[in-house]
Write a protein that binds this ligand. Structure first.
Ligand SMILES: *[C@@H]1O[C@H](CO)[C@@H](O)[C@H](O)[C@H]1NC(C)=O
Length: 310
């Protein structure tokens, strides 16, 4: 068996094999979702950029978060779409590594942003008197730069290790993008050291951010429950539920993904569906959660429309 295996520099992505008619429908569906996602997130960036009422740290974080989501979904969707149109989707090793790097870097920036945003909400709700002096433009800018740099540096080590591997035939991945677990399975010689280091890098960052995020929300919820005035409580609650929803969806899908790692072979199809959820669906719904629930954003949209009509 072993002698037949040859080194490969290109992979075949299985994607979602269905009938040709359904492929076209799925292509159109995901193209529409992608266009909608870009529109929503660009709209948020545009509003925060143009409307002076939104020149506050919270909205700077939200608009940066939208930029991250555009990058995250764009790292995955083009391959997904071409998979629906073409009979056979291939990806070169270099493309695969680049895509892997971008996807994981944007994903890491996203978890760091969620942690920083929860910290920002913690300051605003638990330390309201000090908020504006602590969270000034300078600190906000530093935190934003920190998120972006951390995300993109953090993945350098894992991706460098993955690029040391050689891959052997068969070169078929049961996925719509390059993902770590199907890629590791195709290595000529499996290196559990490399797999463990990569796994540790991603889980350490996720765990760290998860602890920071949940600690902030525990304090926030405690403060809200202790607030005696109903109006004050309602106001604090409304800004936080949207943030908390986004956090819950994000970590919910992450935990789901990690739980299935226990029996990876049996759950490869489930794997694809979860990846589809967090790379395509969450970037679509997150801006809706932020903007639909937020009075200032709705006001900014109305103002922009009125200005246009004049
Ligand atoms: C990101 O946040 C900074 C504030 O520190 C802001 O100046 C910038 O416009 C934001 N970028 C985007 C794309 O939203």
């Amino acid at each position: 068996m072993e002698e037949n295996r040859t080194v490969v520099v290109e992979f075949e992505l299985l994607g979602f094999p269905t009938s040709p008619q359904l492929q076209v429908i799925l292509f159109l569906l995901f193209l529409m979702i992608y266009i909608l996602t870009l529109t929503e997130n660009l709209l948020i960036i545009f509003l925060v950029f143009c409307d002076h009422n939104l020149h506050k740290p919270m909205y700077f974080f939200i608009s940066n978060f939208s930029a991250v989501e555009i990058g995250f979904t764009t790292a995955a969707v083009p391959k997904l779409l071409s998979g629906f149109l073409m009979a056979k989707t291939t990806i070169s090793l270099n493309c695969c590594l680049t895509q892997l790097y971008l996807f994981f870097s944007f994903g890491t920036v996203e978890v760091v942003f969620l942690a920083i945003m929860s910290f920002d909400r913690y300051l605003a709700i638990c330390k309201p008197l000090h908020y504006s002096s602590v969270m000034n433009t300078r600190l906000c800018t530093i935190l934003v730069i920190f998120c972006w740099i951390t995300g993109f540096l953090w993945i350098v080590v894992p991706i460098t290790l993955v690029s040391q591997l050689t891959f052997c035939s068969p070169n078929v991945m049961n996925h719509f993008i390059c993902d770590t677990s199907p890629l590791f399975a195709l290595a000529c010689v499996r290196s559990y050291t490399i797999e463990m280091i990569c796994y540790s890098f991603t889980s350490t960052m996720i765990l760290l951010c998860f602890v920071l995020t949940s600690t902030s929300y525990i304090f926030i919820i405690k403060t809200i429950l202790m607030t005696s005035s109903t109006t004050g409580r309602r106001k604090a609650f409304s800004t936080c539920t949207s943030h908390l929803t986004v956090v819950a969806i994000f970590y919910g899908s992450l935990i789901f993904m990690y739980v299935r790692t226990a029996n990876a072979e049996a759950a490869l199809d489930l794997d694809k569906v979860i990846a589809l959820f967090y790379s395509v669906v969450t970037p679509l719904i997150n801006p809706l959660i932020y903007s639909l629930r937020n009075k200032d954003v709705i006001k900014a949209v109305k103002k922009a429309i009125q200005n246009k009509a004049k």
